[in-house]
Structures are given as C-alpha cells and as structure tokens.
Unconditional design. Structure first.
Length: 290
C-alpha cells in the first residue's frame, strides 16, 4: 500500500490576504474587523455583597413611609415675568433663591435604592508646574492602583487616566491649559475592586485613622454638599504605599502622592449625603464625629 503523500506544511499554502486591516492613526497598530470587547472575567465580591445583602439593608435604613401620594410641587414665582419682552433674555431665577437644598428626596422604592455609581480619584502636584516630566509619576501610580487605561478592553466609554489642566490664571501660579495633576473615574467591576483594596489593605494600616470625619451636628442640612449624595475624603501620601500594587514595587516610583477620593452615589434631595454615608458604612468605611 502506497503511503499517503502529505504536503510539507500542515494546512497547505497560506491563503492570500484579500483585505488588509486598517491601522490606527494614533498607535499605528492594525484594527481588527470585528469589535473585541472584554467582559467580566472574575466575580466581584463587593458587587455581589451589595446585590445580595447591602441593597436590602440600605433600603431598610433609609426607608420613609408615605401613606398617601405626594402633593404636586408648589410653583415658585420667577423674579421677572416670562411674557415681558423687556426681560425675555434676562437671568430669571425663582423668588427666594435656589431651590437645590429644598427638594425632598425621591419616594422610597426598590428601583431607586442608594447605590454607588462611580469613584473619582484625583491628585494635584505642584512639581508639575515646574516640569511636565514630574507628571509621569502620578500617572503611573494611578494606573497601577486602578488598572485603568484609555479605552481598555475595547470599551469606548472608559477614559482611563486623564490629565487635569488649569482652567484660569491664578495669581501667576497656574495658567490656562497647563497640566497640574491627574484624575480617573472608576465604574463597574474596577470600582468595586479598588474599593476592596481600599478597605482591606489601606485604611486598616493608616496610623491614627479613626474614620472619615463627619461635619458637626450644627451643619446645615440644606447646604449643596448635604444634598449632593457625594462623600469625599483625602488620603496622605503614605497611604499610597499601602496599596498592594505599589507595595510590591515601591522603588519604581520617584515619590508617593496624596489623593482625593469622591464616592458618587445616586442619592438626591434632602439627606442625600447621609444616605450615601450609610451605604459606604456597609462597605466597611468607618466614620467619626469629633
């Protein structure tokens, strides 16, 4: 029996390229014909914790019973008559000032339970005003602790690490368009992964940290910060060395940088910041009143 003759290559001749891939103008890398988008490749413990138990607890703690339907909102008279042609294009605020701190919270329903929407991290370095090369350290540090990069995984909504530039001149110190720092917005699984690293590795090891300081009891509940639903606090430069991504290779960074954290929730209306604090306390972030 004659042996079967096979070609030298396993699959025969290489097929000819009929359509070349177009290249990205910025990176000069070939762009695939199909859109490749990465999905969640690992479960998030903190996200599962919110959906399994914390959402129900937050609704129980912030629930306000309303036996009857709410009356329609009172129509506040404007300063000028909109029908007057002489004041048509004039700024026309309502009588009595801004109504931002007077709006009631939305009704308590399962679809509007307080939840974490994003975490904004930003850092400002004075050394960047002297030389733009000093901005490489904060950029690489934020990229290490967050794992974010521009349009990572094919997600076009991900902006990655952004450079913060001055908007106006401040006494000859900052000029418009000059880089002054870096920032990043975390959403989805990346947000919960950063929150897990923060509450499990960083906050417990900060010296003399009793918790996030609460405003005094005499603070106005109608202030813009009290009705914004945003909880903000800062971390010293020494806290950056406590992140596992920085701790294993701290010598690769020229210095440590402080940062500000803003936890943005969907809470609105009166008592929005208190509901946001109740949510973060469920994620093991302590609060302290002096």
């Amino acid at each position: 029996m004659r042996p079967l003759l096979r070609p030298a290559t396993r699959f025969g001749r290489t097929p000819e390229i009929r359509r070349h891939l177009r290249k990205d103008r910025r990176t000069q890398l070939p762009v695939p014909q199909t859109r490749i988008v990465t999905r969640e490749y690992a479960p998030s413990r903190f996200e599962d914790h919110y959906h399994v138990s914390l959402a129900d607890d937050a609704m129980y703690m912030t629930y306000v019973h309303e036996p009857h339907a709410r009356p329609p909102p009172r129509q506040v008279r404007l300063t000028f008559d909109p029908a007057d042609p002489y004041t048509k294009h004039r700024h026309n605020p309502p009588v009595g000032g801004s109504q931002l701190g007077k709006k009631p919270p939305p009704p308590s329903r399962p679809d509007n339970v307080v939840r974490l929407e994003k975490i904004s991290i930003h850092t400002m370095q004075k050394d960047v005003l002297q030389s733009k090369h000093n901005l490489l350290g904060p950029l690489m540090a934020l990229r290490a602790i967050t794992g974010e990069s521009c349009r990572a995984g094919g997600r076009h909504a991900v902006d990655g690490i952004q450079v913060v530039r001055g908007k106006k001149a401040v006494g000859g110190w900052i000029r418009p368009g000059v880089p002054v720092g870096a920032k990043v917005d975390l959403k989805g699984p990346a947000m919960y992964d950063f929150l897990a690293s923060l509450v499990e590795f960083v906050l417990p090891r900060i010296r003399d940290f009793g918790g996030v300081v609460l405003p005094p009891e005499s603070a106005s509940p109608n202030s813009p910060s009290a009705v914004s639903g945003v909880v903000s606090f800062g971390l010293p430069p020494a806290a950056m060395a406590l992140f596992p991504q920085i701790e294993v290779n701290q010598d690769a960074y020229p210095k440590l940088y402080g940062m500000h954290l803003h936890f943005v929730t969907n809470a609105t209306g009166l008592g929005a910041q208190n509901r946001a604090r109740a949510l973060l306390s469920g994620f093991q972030i302590p609060f302290l009143r002096k």
